[in-house]
Design a protein around this ligand. Structure first.
Ligand code: FES
Length: 255
């Protein structure tokens, strides 16, 4: 893990309240893998003192891309950066997704949860491991987050809650038509819970990328713990340093 002062190469509006930011960050792209994140400085004003954990969205040679949802002062500050600005962050952090030995596998994304799974899709495509991308959004406006997946020949099936595009309902309903060796998922907690449940019922391993509020980002403050099952006992693991990716059979979802 390194602290990097990275130059902003481009800031692209993706949809309302979503931007894509491309940095030159060779120190990070040389060693990062899908599912890892960066802990990024958000301007340091009184409203945004703490850095934010943001998934690595894409890596292309020395270019690192994040997909950012503007949710407050700090993320708005980031979204207003201009090409040539310098932003500091730490990374790559976290464990990342374990790659499958064979396919087919399913990538299940809900909303902004698409961010780390696009990086995984790029790697699977390069490794020639067959996969299906399942994406869920509230309505068709969410499809802007898909970016150029389809242009790159990445197979995507879509579900929207209002039925405006693809199948009506939650993205997990699309799993019924699949027969994967493994599932990777990132998105809202109810979706992750449904994915883990489907995996358990079908005997399919699941790898879930969890979200948590983070302070230090490196396992020092214990501010990001999540409950996991270890054999017969329950352990509290740091999402930042042990995760953010956990075996879906082990994650304990609170009722
Ligand atoms: Fe400090 Fe995870 S954010 S331990």
């Amino acid at each position: 893990m390194k602290e990097v002062k990275a130059e902003v190469i481009a800031v692209e509006a993706v949809a309302q309240d979503f931007v894509r930011i491309i940095f030159a960050a060779p120190e990070i792209t040389a060693s990062s893998k899908p599912g890892q994140f960066i802990h990024i400085n958000c301007g340091g004003s009184v409203y945004s003192l703490m850095p934010r954990p943001i998934s690595i969205h894409r890596v292309d040679k020395d270019r690192l891309t994040i997909l950012l949802q503007i949710t407050g002062e700090g993320t708005r500050w980031l979204s207003l950066r201009q090409p040539g600005d310098i932003v500091s962050f730490f990374g790559p952090l976290g464990n990342g997704f374990p790659l499958p030995k064979q396919g087919p596998v399913c990538l299940v994304a809900g909303g902004i949860g698409i961010a780390p799974l696009v990086y995984l899709a790029d790697v699977l495509q390069k490794e020639q491991i067959p996969f299906q991308f399942l994406f869920g959004a509230r309505d068709k406006s969410g499809l802007a987050l898909l970016g150029d997946l389809e242009e790159r020949g990445i197979p995507v099936r879509i579900a929207t809650e209002d039925g405006s595009v693809g199948q009506r309902g939650f993205v997990t309903t699309l799993l019924a038509g699949e027969n994967p060796e493994m599932i990777y998922s990132c998105g809202p907690e109810p979706m992750l819970r449904a994915v883990a449940q489907w995996g358990k019922e079908q005997g399919v391993p699941t790898e879930l990328s969890l979200e948590a509020r983070m302070a230090c980002g490196v396992g020092a403050c214990r501010g990001c713990v999540t409950k996991v099952k270890k054999g017969e006992s329950i352990a509290y693991e740091n999402v930042c340093s042990t995760g953010p990716v956990f075996n879906g059979n082990e994650v304990v979802f609170d009722d």
